[in-house]
Write a protein that binds this ligand. Structure first.
Ligand SMILES: Cc1ncc(COP(=O)(O)O)c(C=O)c1O
Length: 436
């Protein structure tokens, strides 16, 4: 078997030369070996609580036995399926997905689904659909947001993601978090949609207040502008509801899911949209396909995920974990002069530090102490803290012991010699909304 050092050398030679030196600074020089439930182990046997979960991919833990069984059963008689043909698995999953969005108090529902193989592709489809359906071209997005590195979604994210590639997809305009209360000031005749992560993850898990989100929904509707919500990190039960937008009692016109939708075993993503948008296909139903999108093996994994994410007992467990961490981290913030608060909706949560240097040091200490997590890249004052949703309360207590220890050991680092911190766009440090 290839050793840890050999693997790292192969990575530096044949994959990325520049990532590893950066990762070393944060204690992320980890080669994943065995993985099970809430843990993974480095090739040299060191155990990590996975509190990154690849942005929600491992919401159900690593190698969840129910997902493994569903995928193994599917492998016994299915393959990817043919995207030109009608599929039992895709049809049944599309229905479950639409139904999982439920209905608002004013009776709004979703209607249809397009499957993709990843989150960026699902967001690309959302933008394409918004432009095609409205006949307009401008999408208003959040400064510092993130929707993937594929074509259109790249344009919807922070500018640093497009600048380096000398590529600027047209038609994306940015507004700041502070602008959201008067988003209508940015509307014009050519505005097709407003697009947001329901809770912006890369932008520090700043929680959009309920009144702001309801205002955005109200004015977009009044102006005939669509609302697109990216639920790729926030969805599939992570927020304590099936979809985070359900906390706001609103229905978007389009939303996307990915990451955790795969059950961590087989890639699949989806864009869900209102029924009337289907008219885009009227003249030519052959204008969109995805060969791997909605593969039948992926459908088997996603079916287990939706069953969990709509199960009241599962969601009650997520909320019990959320209560536990809220109390424990608020207590830590009161006792420590390094932690300033917790940004949290359900188990979508970030620990906020007093400054960037302390946060970076704490992330490194956490990793050294066997808690894998990352800072939010566009608001580096906070560490994303996303334990798997299947964590037991005993495991949560053990984890909190390591968090307390790591915070105690953290010491503000001098970051001025780091090219990452000196050459990248200055991290935004936001005055955060911490809860709904
Ligand atoms: C909010 C959000 N949207 C979209 C994406 C893109 O998903 P993918 O990497 O599967 O293309 C990500 C990935 O991190 C994400 O966090």
């Amino acid at each position: 078997m290839t050793s840890r050092d050999e693997t790292i050398q192969l990575h530096e030679t044949y994959l990325s030369k520049h990532k590893l030196p950066l990762f070393r600074q944060f204690g992320w020089e980890v080669v994943e070996g065995r993985r099970e439930g809430v843990f993974f182990w480095d090739l040299d046997g060191k155990r990590y609580f996975d509190c990154h979960v690849c942005g929600g991919v491992y919401n159900l833990g690593h190698r969840n036995p129910k997902v493994i069984k569903a995928v193994s059963d599917a492998l016994g008689h299915l393959d990817l399926g043919n995207h030109h043909l009608v599929s039992t698995e895709r049809s049944a999953l599309a229905r479950k997905l639409v139904e999982s969005a439920g209905e608002t108090s004013s009776g709004e529902r979703m209607g249809r689904v397009v499957f993709s193989s990843g989150g960026g592709e699902a967001m690309d489809f959302a933008f394409k659909m918004a432009k095609g359906y409205t006949g307009k071209s401008k999408i208003l997005c959040l400064e510092g947001g993130y929707h993937g590195h594929t074509g259109l979604s790249m344009g919807a994210g922070d500018e640093k993601y497009t600048e380096a590639w000398n590529y600027k997809p047209e038609g994306f305009a940015k507004v700041s978090l502070e602008d959201l209360d008067q988003i209508e000031k940015f509307f014009d005749e050519d505005t097709a949609a407003v697009s947001l992560e329901t809770i912006p993850a890369t932008l520090g898990m700043n929680v959009i207040p309920r009144s702001t989100m309801q205002h955005i929904r109200k004015v977009t509707r009044e102006h005939g502008i669509l609302l697109i919500l990216d639920e790729i990190q926030t969805g599939c039960g992570r927020s304590g509801r099936t979809w985070a937008f359900q906390h706001y009692d609103i229905m978007p016109d389009i939303f996307a899911t990915g990451k955790g939708f795969s059950g961590g075993i087989y890639p699949i993503a989806a864009t869900v949209y209102r029924d009337e948008m289907e008219r885009v296909y009227e003249e030519n139903p052959m204008i969109h396909f995805s060969t791997f999108g909605g593969s039948e093996i992926g459908c088997a994994a996603a079916d287990v995920v939706i069953e969990h994410a709509t199960d009241p007992d599962f969601l009650a467990h997520v909320n019990a974990l959320s209560d536990y961490f809220r109390t424990a981290i608020k207590d830590l913030a009161e006792r420590s002069n390094k932690v300033s608060g917790l940004r949290q909706v359900g188990m979508f949560q970030a620990i906020e530090f007093v400054d960037v240097a302390t946060c970076i040091s704490a992330v490194a200490r956490l990793n050294t102490n066997g808690v894998f997590c990352v800072f939010s890249n566009n608001d580096r004052v906070c560490a994303q803290f996303m334990p798997p949703l299947i964590m037991t309360l005993d495991e949560a207590e053990e984890l909190m012991g390591l968090v307390r220890q790591s915070v105690e050991e953290a010491e503000a680092q001098d970051l001025s010699s780091s090219s990452f911190f000196s050459t990248q766009t200055e991290a935004r440090v936001l005055r955060a909304n911490r809860a709904l």
